[in-house]
Design a protein around this ligand. Structure first.
Ligand SMILES: [Zn+2]
Length: 278
């Protein structure tokens, strides 16, 4: 369907990028309002520094930030690049997902789930918490989209096995490591998130997801660990809620990124890996 003509392919990819960037902007706004306990729907977007209500042009995803060169039109203070980066990430993710899943029911499910992962990543990054509400939303979206899948029963079975196997394995490991180290090693939110990703990915891909998440997590800690740690020290209340000062880098963003990579390439990586033994 996607490849009927090059014109249609290009048209659909541009549409995906526009939709992705708009949702990236919305999700970033949602995440920051959620963290600060503000109403998600009420009120117009304002500049964080001077409080000036933003105009239409300021709110155009990606382009708005570039036109303003990352500064507020009214007070000339730097605007946080969080929204700009979310917009770009979701625009690229949406285009890649379209290429991977073509125009299908699976695409719809993958797009919605990616939005949820984006919200989880942003909230965990800022507050060191993966809210149960978002975990439950992930389960509800999975159930609601089940009837759309090619073989719903098989899909449901694979999903439940994929979620339980990795989450249960991690839960057992985390209890053992907690005993050995005498402190929390892996957050409960991370384990719950691996249950949800398993629903969507199935057992093989969720195991791959875990491996990729660990690699991304190590890289992420190495590159951003210090700056996240410093920022968290200035945000002591949330930081104390997160428990341990020895665990300064949230794992949620790495899991979210790994899940996107697995959705896009997991099938191919696994068949390549299995092919090595034949
Ligand atoms: Zn301003």
């Amino acid at each position: 369907m996607l490849y009927i003509s090059p014109f249609f392919t290009a048209y659909f990819l541009i549409k995906a990028a526009v939709l992705g960037s708009a949702l990236g902007s919305f999700i970033c706004c949602f995440a920051y309002r959620y963290i600060n306990n503000e109403s998600v729907l009420k009120g117009r977007s304002k500049c964080d520094k001077c409080g000036h209500v933003l105009g239409i042009i300021d709110l155009i995803p990606i382009i708005g930030y570039i036109v303003l060169r990352g500064k507020c039109r009214y007070c000339k203070e730097k605007i946080s690049p969080a929204s700009f980066l979310s917009e770009i990430i979701l625009a690229v993710a949406f285009m890649l997902l379209v290429l991977r899943f073509n125009i299908s029911e699976e695409l719809l499910r993958a797009l919605i789930f990616t939005c949820l992962l984006m919200a989880i990543a942003l909230i965990d990054l800022e507050s060191f918490i993966i809210p149960d509400k978002l975990i439950i939303s992930g389960i509800i979206i999975w159930i609601a989209t089940l009837p759309l899948m090619p073989d719903p029963l098989k899909n449901a079975g694979y999903g439940i096995i994929g979620g339980l196997s990795v989450a249960f394995g991690l839960f057992t490991l985390s209890i053992i490591f907690d005993k050995i180290k005498g402190q929390e090693t892996l957050g409960g939110g991370d384990i719950k998130l691996f249950f949800v990703t398993g629903l969507y990915l199935g057992p093989m891909q969720n195991l791959l997801n875990l491996i990729i998440a660990c690699i991304v997590g190590i890289f992420f800690t190495f590159v951003f660990g210090n700056s996240i740690h410093k920022k968290a020290m200035g945000n002591t209340e949330n930081y104390e809620k997160s428990g341990k000062f020895s665990k300064p880098v949230p794992f949620g963003p790495s899991i979210a990124f790994a899940t996107l990579v697995t959705m896009l390439a997991g099938k191919y990586i696994i068949s390549w890996y299995l092919g090595l033994f034949y």
